[in-house]
Design a binder for this molecule. Structure first.
Ligand SMILES: [Zn+2]
Length: 251
């Protein structure tokens, strides 16, 4: 995102200093020619920095701008070995930036593409649990996926885990009002959890309110370690193992 245009290299150096050895640059866009932003960042990766992987997908916010050509472009991008997943895709009924029917249509099309290509998916779900989980179940994905930036409690976590998916926890884990998310993070099986930044959004406490960046995922991992009764090292190793198991192209 443009928030990192001025100092991307310094951000990546700080990430490596914090122990972050791999980063996923999330694709976005919808109109033809704009879907490759994740891959563009992966290609900009400076030598000696963290490894940068990419995803490609049409975000629910941008569903209204997508055309048939967007799906054709997405299929081509997914052939790149640096693209490890289709995402972020899903439903967002909180902001409703695109009509809900169009969101569902694009989500289903992209789930079908992921199933065909045997790629995992990264799901964005906001206030649309029932419909998002039903569409995921119907897609019968061979490579499963992750519920990114998980915002639910134990109930939602159970439904996501039952689909064979992983839960990814962001800086929300450190916010005072996120008790339900913390309960889900303590409850989920060890091999089904990930940590992420959602940068530039959702910086963890004590960076809350400022631009988030990959180095801060260490803060979220430390909070997860506390919740699980694990050492930070075990948390780092477990979540990295989970990452490599889900995103097979990143092995
Ligand atoms: Zn999202």
């Amino acid at each position: 995102m443009e928030e990192f245009a001025a100092d991307r290299e310094a951000v990546l150096t700080r990430a490596l200093d914090a122990g972050v050895t791999a980063v996923v640059a999330i694709g976005g866009g919808a109109a033809p020619g704009t879907l490759d932003c994740g891959l563009a960042v992966a290609r900009l990766a400076p030598a000696g920095g963290p490894k940068i992987w990419a995803t490609a997908g049409i975000h629910p916010h941008e569903s209204k701008d997508a055309t048939d050509a967007s799906i054709v472009e997405l299929r081509a991008l997914a052939a790149d070995p640096a693209v490890i997943a289709i995402g972020e895709i899903g439903l967002d009924y909180h902001y409703d930036h695109s009509p809900r029917e169009r969101q569902r249509e694009l989500f289903s099309q992209q789930l079908a593409l992921a199933a065909e290509l045997r790629l995992p998916v990264s799901i964005h779900c906001r206030e649309a649990w029932d419909e998002a989980l039903a569409l995921i179940a119907a897609a019968q994905l061979p490579a499963a996926g992750v519920l990114h930036c998980f915002t639910g409690g134990v109930g939602e976590a159970t439904r996501v885990l039952d689909l064979g998916f992983l839960l990814s926890f962001s800086g929300l884990l450190t916010f005072p009002r996120s008790q339900e998310i913390r309960e889900a993070a303590a409850f989920a099986p060890a091999d089904r959890i990930l940590v992420e930044t959602d940068a530039p959004f959702l910086a963890p406490v004590p960076h809350r309110g400022r631009r988030n960046e990959p180095a801060y995922v260490a803060v979220t991992a430390a909070r997860l370690a506390e919740l699980r009764g694990w050492t930070v090292t075990r948390t780092a190793e477990q979540t990295a193992d989970n990452f490599r198991r889900l995103f097979r192209r990143a092995e």
